[in-house]
Design a protein. Sequence first.
Length: 343
Amino acid sequence: GAQPLLLTLEPPWTPLFSDQKATLTCGDPGARVPTTWYIDGLLWGESRSSLLQVTLKSTGSHTYQCQSPGPKLSPPINLSISKEWLVLQVPVQPVLEGDELPLRCRAWWDKKPSRVRFFRNGVLLQGGRGEDKLLLSPAQQLHSGRYHCTGTVILKDMQSEPSKVTVQGEHGQGTAGDGVTAPGPPSPSPLGSFPELFSVPELSVDGSREPPEGSVLALACVTHRSPLRPHVTLQHLFYRDGVVVAGPQGSPRFLLQALALPDSGSYTCEAQAASVRKRSAPVTVTVRRVPVAGVTLVAEPPGAQVAEGDRLVLSCAVAAGTGPLAFSWHRQGQIQPLAKGPR
């Protein structure tokens, strides 16, 4: 089915400050279509376009959604609004494995504090160097935790409230600020069951897994991108018995022409994006020989009527069959063959 529209926020952080202006965008920012807005599951208002500029008032944590057009609500954005002097801001959109994870330490009314330090689970992080920003890239599940920052504001040392960050992977749950865990999947949103950048691939075989020699084997590495990252670029690799036979390549398909017995084996495929790599379960392919069938004997001259001393040519042919063929020649009444060989 059609994917729901993505709701984005500018500036793209949580928490934001009370009385700060922000812009919500439902899908395409240039769309001039009626849009319905919801806050905490309740109708909030309507607009004539996909953009809505707001001044944030009520503090605490709130869930925002939009709808335009069609019956599906957008995935929710969980935004906290603060009146604290110092806050640690994390991305308002879910952070998936392979993304960049930026952190910002900001003072009241989005001012820049001095002497900033960042902490995860109470442990000082290196790399901030006193700046108000810290970038963790690529994001991994080990980056999940409770973050806070310290800094100097108006000549006073301050510490922010903790913000919980969950880097979503194969079993991720969400990302939210100020210690609030993102809720489970609401009924209108299809994303709660798809928190990963892309799904574990499945190796699909077009046709029989026991193809005959000489046929074509078509493999497809089937995976699904997160609706949050619909344009992520994937690279695909194909393996036989653990050895790469194709890729990395943008195409998820691999074609083997004119199969032979050595093409039998255990096949897997792998999808990659940024630092995220996922491999499919193995699929066993057994190339089988085509049984010999339709054996015919042809004589030259036709009818095999020849005089003593004349030349007689006999030709043995098969209509079907693969692999090295061996022929043997017999004359009625004799037990031993006249000849054997590959011709």
